[in-house]
Design a binder for this molecule. Sequence first.
Ligand code: GLP
Length: 236
Amino acid sequence: KGMKTYKVQSYEDLSKMAAGVVVEEIKENPQAVLGLATGSTPIGLYEQLIRDYQQGKVSFKNVKTFNLDEYVGIHRSHPQSYYQFMRKHLFQSVDLSKNHIHIPNGQAEDPKKECERYEQLLQSQGPVDLQVLGLGVNGHIGFNEPGTSFHSRTHVVQLADSTREANARFFNSKEEVPKQAITVGIENIMESRQIVLLAYGENKQEAINRLLEGEVSESFPASILTQHPNVTVIYG
Ligand code: GLP
């Protein structure tokens, strides 16, 4: 369908190609709404975007950003909060305006209400023009774990054990990994005008193969992307 796939030889190539897609989007539309992802995979993309910004090739002055997800129950000053992650890897180094940055608030007293707030923000400022996605080893996108409805919208999730294990390396122990998160839903992701999915490394091969096989099933959340009109998969 609308899925273009590129196999790259190195992580650097993946990052450069992904940055190319983002920069092109912002050139076409300086007020673009970007959907952003965390995880180790897009770090190289963000580094490249910072370089492009420093060299005057792109400005984020009028760009708006919406992050996919955030842990519930850790303070946003916690080094492993996605808020800090984004600050460290992108926001502090480019000219994004503070009030254009949106991340679910993981310490909201009522996480369900926070989902409603975020959903309304997305409705009023969206749709997302370009969504950057990573890929969980179990096929999760954002924090939409296997079994999540394709019709899901912003919601609170229980993290799969495998996901907590995969992310434990960033914490002192698995016990410290939050058990819940707020994530935009699969329907929100599918509403983006364009999607670029990044996956790199040995441990992602199985998930990539399954995605490229094309069977659509809620047991493998990323598989819905094959039904989207404009997806670019960059992997290696
Ligand atoms: C995390 C994030 C996802 C990310 C995925 C893969 O749990 N919530 O948005 O895509 O895991 O992470 P990594 O790129 O580090 O493999």
